[in-house]
Structures are given as C-alpha cells and as structure tokens.
Write a protein that binds this ligand. Structure first.
Ligand SMILES: [Zn+2]
Ligand SMILES: [Zn+2]
Length: 136
C-alpha cells in the first residue's frame, strides 16, 4: 500500500471537491462548468445524477434521444440558455464570457434552474440551439 501524508490527501480532496456538484446546483450549470475539463461521454451528467439525483435512471436513454450523446451535446441539444436571464453583449447576442450563478434546484432532480430551458419533446419550438463552447 502506498502511504500519503495528510497534507497530500487534503490537497487531493480539494481537487475532487471542485469536480463535484455543490448542493442545489443544477445539472445544466454543473455540466457547463465541468466542460472546462473536457468532454468524455456523459461523464459529468452521470456524476451529477449519481450524487444528486440517483433516481433519474432514464437519463442515459433520454438524453441521447434528444441529441445529447455526450456532455457538450447535452448542453447544445438538451438544454438551452434562457436568454432573458443571461447578460447580453451590445449587439444583442448572449454574452457567454459571463456565466450567471446557478439559481438552484431542489435535490433529486435533473431539471435545470431558470437559467436554462430543457428540451422535452423531439423539437424545440423553432429556436436556434446555442453552440457549446469548445472545451480547451
Ligand atoms: Zn462532447
Ligand atoms: Zn443552474
């Protein structure tokens, strides 16, 4: 067995904590933040689900049906920015350099907070999807 010092373990925990969804943060805000760490299947969605909404077991089936085969596609196709609540640049487009704080949801749901709209059927009502930012 390898041994770790308490300081090493505490540092490691800090890193892990940053990757976990805080209580009441919604799935969409969480995945939006986590995409900075790259996209790898539905990893962030399932991390959120397992920790915060373990009963949402239909997620892996439902999200791909709506075009979300991986986390960035979920943000592009399953959730949509609720324009009214996001700051706008001078030309009227949504300013995505500033991400508002999550409006918070109850525990146990994969529904987003008011900052996002969730696609429920096959098509949106004609709105254009927001392109997810490329993970750097
Ligand atoms: Zn992706
Ligand atoms: Zn949120």
């Amino acid at each position: 067995m390898e041994q770790y010092t308490v300081a090493e373990l505490e540092d490691a925990l800090k890193v892990v904590k940053r990757l976990l969804p805080p209580r009441y943060e919604c799935l969409a805000c969480y995945v939006n933040r986590m995409l900075d760490h790259g996209c790898n299947g539905l990893k962030w969605c399932t991390t959120y689900r397992d920790l915060r909404a373990p009963r949402a077991t239909a997620m892996e089936r439902k999200f791909p049906e709506l075009g979300g085969y991986c986390d960035c596609e979920v943000l592009a196709n399953v959730f949509r920015i609720n324009d009214e609540l996001w700051p706008h640049a001078e030309d009227g487009s949504t300013d995505d350099t500033y991400v508002p704080q999550c409006h918070k949801v109850r525990l146990g749901t994969i529904k987003p907070c008011e900052l996002w709209l969730m696609r429920s059927g096959v098509q949106w009502g004609g709105g254009a999807f927001r392109q997810a930012k490329k993970a750097s």
